[in-house]
Design a binder for this molecule. Structure first.
Ligand code: ADP
Length: 170
């Protein structure tokens, strides 16, 4: 059984994340999406909101499950008995950021490989940060996120315009 962990902030989930989930679900026997709890990052959406949205969007995939995790990713990799960490590459900047992470994780837990998929060009410009910028500016985010996420973000928009968190990620 080839199981991979797909970690991320998902603050909020975008169509780029969905594309990666779809492709990861085909590549691995099981994909465990891990919504990161990072006390040092100020997130826009709560962990519960992020987990609920990812769970709703990933529901059609039989071999995908969702969890939340605080701490080292390798601890989750070990506890769910995964052999890979799954990540997406949009830009050279992503690769620069990801390479030391992948090497560190392999060093911390021998045998842990990080598998990267190059972002689909239709979505490679989309980031959670971009969505928050559009929301903050009063724009329409529906072309960039799944419908369930768009609906939730509309109701949460006032939190951002009131100066809520969410600047600390990609
Ligand atoms: P993190 O804070 O861990 O980078 P993100 O939610 O921003 O969390 O991203 C999680 C993963 O999803 C990363 O590997 C990122 O490269 C990938 N990703 C994010 N947006 C896209 C996209 N538009 N296309 C492909 N992969 C993406």
């Amino acid at each position: 059984m080839k199981r991979a962990v797909y970690p991320g902030s998902f603050d909020p989930m975008t169509l780029g994340h969905v594309d990666l989930i779809e492709r990861g679900a085909r590549l691995f026997d099981e994909l465990v999406i891990c919504v990161g709890v990072n006390p040092s990052k100020s997130a826009f959406l709560s962990v519960t909101e992020r987990v609920d949205l990812v769970t709703a969007v990933a529901a059609p995939y039989d071999n995908v499950r969702v969890c939340q995790h605080e701490g080292l990713i390798v601890d989750l990799v070990r506890s769910v008995d995964a052999s890979a960490i799954f990540r997406g590459l949009r830009t050279a900047g992503d690769l620069e950021y990801e390479t030391p992470m992948a090497l560190t994780n392999r060093s911390l837990l021998g045998g842990t490989e990080t598998v990267f998929l190059v972002a689909d060009p239709r979505y490679s410009f989309i980031s959670s940060r971009l969505i928050k910028e559009i929301l903050r500016g009063g724009g329409d985010i529906r072309a960039f996120v799944p419908p369930a996420v768009a609906e939730h973000l509309e109701s949460a928009r006032s939190r951002l315009t009131a100066g809520g968190g969410g600047d600390a990620d990609s």
